[in-house]
Design a protein around this ligand. Structure first.
Ligand code: UDP
Ligand code: MG
Length: 311
């Protein structure tokens, strides 16, 4: 008998009880016609809504389904890593449980790898219909900023939905950093990537796990993890201020020569002190971000802890 190749689909799940079954049905339907074996791994990222029970049930009902339960909520990046490490397939797909990553794209991704010889195929959302306008505005700013910070490697609307060959997965796993910004890592490892575009779809059930604040922190994290450019900001301000101070010194000397030295300018002095103080604190804050990252890296803690896994 010919040995078939295997696709592993890894799905980070945090409180996705309402989505799991619909998701599984959809994926099974879309991949049924592909000439491959399927392995589906749900990674329960410390859900508190009983997602795990459903995973246990699904893995008993379907031989292709397995699960991995983390001991608490470690965040999506950690769950993704856990899934990638558990996957055994020749091709590995990372996708969300809420059907916002359309399973219809799976065959297209598979054929792009097998026939067109791409190393990975990733999905890109081309509109944000159904997302809050303010969020979309900030999301666009974030993509602009991060693509500047990483020299244009992260595309607008890039998602974590992608299929990779075993070679790419092994490359991704060879990065052992603690602060994992997956979008950045996928780009960093290189290889050829085909981008497939799709229209945004709303969640099938449940709620998004990303509030505004969480997304904001995630953006800061992503930028700090993948670029040292913010550090240059303080040097930039430093140089500008020296220059301004120099001009100001000339101005004061000239004014003194022409008009003498009546004491005044209290308000402007305070403004300058506050402004420069603010910029200094801001710069120290940036420095602190990097220091905190290094601190966490230096501790060398595991990225996640597994509590239970299917046989
Ligand atoms: N997720 C996770 N851990 C978290 C937050 C989210 O595993 O701490 C999973 C979530 O279950 C989903 C995916 O990451 O499968 C994307 O999350 P969500 O759909 O809430 O994000 P959005 O699509 O709104 O950006
Ligand atoms: Mg979603």
């Amino acid at each position: 008998m010919e040995i078939k190749e295997k696709i592993s689909i890894i799905v980070p799940c945090y409180n996705e009880r309402e989505c799991l079954e619909i998701f599984l049905e959809a994926v099974l339907a879309e991949t049924a016609a592909l000439p491959v074996d399927l392995e589906l791994i749900f990674v329960d990222d410390g859900s508190t809504d009983g997602s795990l029970e459903i995973m246990r049930k699904l893995s008993q009902e379907h031989s292709q389904v397995g699960f991995l339960a983390l001991s608490r909520n470690f965040g999506k990046e950690a769950a993704l890593l856990a899934g990638l490490q558990a996957a055994t397939g020749d091709f590995v797909v990372a996708m969300d449980a809420d059907l916002q990553h359309p399973p219809e794209l799976l065959p297209q991704m598979y054929f792009a790898i097998v026939n067109e010889k791409f190393d990975s195929v990733a999905a890109r959302r081309i509109d944000r219909k159904g997302k809050a306008p303010l969020r979309s505005f900030f999301a666009r700013r974030f993509y602009k900023l991060i693509s500047k910070a990483t020299n244009g490697e992260i595309l607008q609307g890039a998602t974590d939905f992608r299929m990779m060959t075993r070679q790419v997965v092994d490359a991704v796993l060879s990065l052992t950093e603690y602060n994992r910004f997956t979008k950045g890592i996928f780009n960093w490892v290189g290889f050829s990537t085909k981008w497939i575009e799709y229209q945004n779809v709303p969640r099938v059930g449940g709620r998004t796990k990303w509030g505004f604040w969480k997304l904001f922190l995630y953006s800061v994290d992503g930028i700090v993890s993948f670029s040292a450019k913010p550090l240059a900001i303080s040097s930039f301000f430093g140089i500008i201020f020296c220059f301004v101070a120099f001009l100001f010194a000339i101005f004061i000397v000239v004014r003194w020569l022409m008009f003498g030295d009546p004491v005044q300018g209290w308000a402007s002095t305070i403004c300058i002190i506050l402004f420069v103080g603010g910029v200094q604190l801001f710069s120290v804050g940036i420095l602190g971000q990097y220091l905190a990252k290094s601190y966490l890296e230096a501790k060398g803690r595991p990225v996640y802890i597994v509590k239970e896994r299917s046989e």
